[in-house]
Design a protein around this ligand. Structure first.
Ligand SMILES: Cc1ncc(COP(=O)(O)O)c(C=O)c1O
Length: 416
């Protein structure tokens, strides 16, 4: 790994992302359905870095992408992503200009915004593409089932507005199969009626990762399936044995200091951890501002209490050096935390551990985007993305430099 010894540019913390693994996962999923996989890249592509992932997926032939909001969609157009982009959050009135100008597909749930889009499209001499979103039970964004047909009839009659698709989203496909079945039946019933009254062929879609695995009907007779979690190698439900997903993401830091502390020493803010033996402690410069140890709110107080207790009892926070699992000790601070190296079998002088790579686990979408993303393809570093800039590693007299490349040219430079 050529960057191993020259990490000044990289900082101590970085995320490795394996593009081939994402490509493999896409193929594995696509093999299982006639629906076109529409990668969902909200949350900075689930923490993988929106722009490079979109460019890579486009090079792999995907036909549609989904993002969370207008800002994400604009970032993609800025780096040259050409494919249709479905924006999951409906437009605000002041955003319709950008939607039309950048050929973004808007989510529509209401007539007024549809009229604004149609008017803007006429003004710009273009067409506004929209997908109608039905709220079949999530209770979030969407037109209610009983109002769907009348809204559809009104929006298809708007000049310069193209109703290209219709979709819904499941509330509980991971754990409530009965409710998911009811949502699916509602959607299938509306699909039948809409197909009967629509002059054009519509793109229907409803599957997310859990539904994709549990309900083949959520994608087999649909045009599209909106997939995030599975594409990035994780699954919210048990996956079939023959679905071979690969790991796409690893977070690393480096040990910045190693010290011996006697039994009874306290570690970190609040002195919450006291060493029970003479210990070897390593410090890593990563903390909660980077996303480490940040856990999203649990569904209810009981679950929250359960996970807090579990954490207290089993200290679930661990790091990996080579194959050894080592605990994080003391409180994780904003940009620092400590690990207990005492059990780590040393082949060398302990102080040689300074600079060593440490693998950490963190919620990927909460991992700070300021941490550089290093992209690998076929075992080689293909590009590095940091602060919305793209770089290539350049080897010169045994030193590694970063060569800045334009985000717009990254596609041609990197994947072909
Ligand atoms: C509307 C919508 N569709 C699809 C997805 C993808 O879900 P998953 O990550 O379960 O595949 C999301 C993710 O939150 C979403 O909000």
């Amino acid at each position: 790994m050529i960057l191993e010894n020259s990490s000044e540019w990289l900082g101590p913390n970085f995320v490795e992302i394996y593009l081939d693994a994402i490509g493999n996962n896409l193929k594995e999923l696509q093999k299982r359905t006639t629906a076109s996989i529409c990668p969902i890249l909200k949350g900075d592509a689930y923490g993988h870095g929106l722009e490079i992932i979109a460019l890579y997926l486009e090079s792999q032939g995907i036909r549609y992408l989904g993002v969370g909001d207008l800002q994400e969609a604009l970032s993609l157009r800025k780096v040259g992503v050409k494919c249709p982009i479905l924006v999951l959050c409906p437009p605000f009135p002041y955003q319709v200009h950008s939607f039309v100008r950048e050929r973004l597909t808007a989510t529509i749930t209401d007539l007024n915004i549809a009229k604004l889009l149609a008017r803007e499209a006429e003004k710009q001499g273009k067409k506004a593409n929209v997908h109608l979103k039905i709220d079949s039970g999530l209770g979030r964004i969407g037109v209610l089932p009983e109002n769907t047909i009348s809204l559809f009839k009104e929006i298809v009659s708007l000049k310069d507005l193209v109703v290209e698709g219709v979709y819904t989203h499941f509330a509980s496909a991971t754990n409530n199969l009965v409710f998911t079945r009811t949502q699916l039946d509602t959607f299938l019933q509306l699909k039948k009626e809409l197909e009967r009254i629509s002059r054009d062929k519509l793109i229907f879609h409803c599957a997310n990762s859990a539904a994709f695995i549990r309900f083949s009907q959520s994608h087999q007779n649909m045009e599209m399936a909106r997939i995030g979690t599975l594409l990035f190698g994780q699954s919210p439900v048990k996956i079939p044995r023959d679905l071979k997903l690969e790991q796409t993401w690893k977070l690393y830091s480096r040990i910045v200091e190693v010290k011996r502390l006697p039994k009874g020493s306290s570690i970190g803010y609040g002195r919450t951890f006291i060493t029970k033996r003479d210990s070897l402690i390593g410090v890593i410069p990563i903390g909660y501002s980077d996303g480490l140890g940040v856990i999203p709110t649990r569904e209810n107080h009981w679950q929250h209490l359960k996970s807090s207790l579990k954490e207290l009892m089993f200290s679930s926070k661990t790091v990996k050096i080579d194959k050894s699992l080592l605990p994080i000790v003391g409180k994780i601070a904003m940009g620092m935390c400590c690990i207990d190296l005492t059990n780590y079998q040393l082949k060398e002088n302990v102080f040689n551990l300074v600079g060593n790579k440490v693998e950490l686990s963190a919620k990927r979408v909460l991992t700070n985007p300021r941490i550089p993303r290093v992209y690998y393809l076929n075992g080689n570093i293909k590009t590095i993305w940091r602060n919305k800039q793209a770089f290539l590693p350049l080897l010169k007299e045994n030193e590694v430099f970063l060569q800045e490349i334009s985000a717009r040219t990254v596609k041609n430079t990197v994947y072909y």
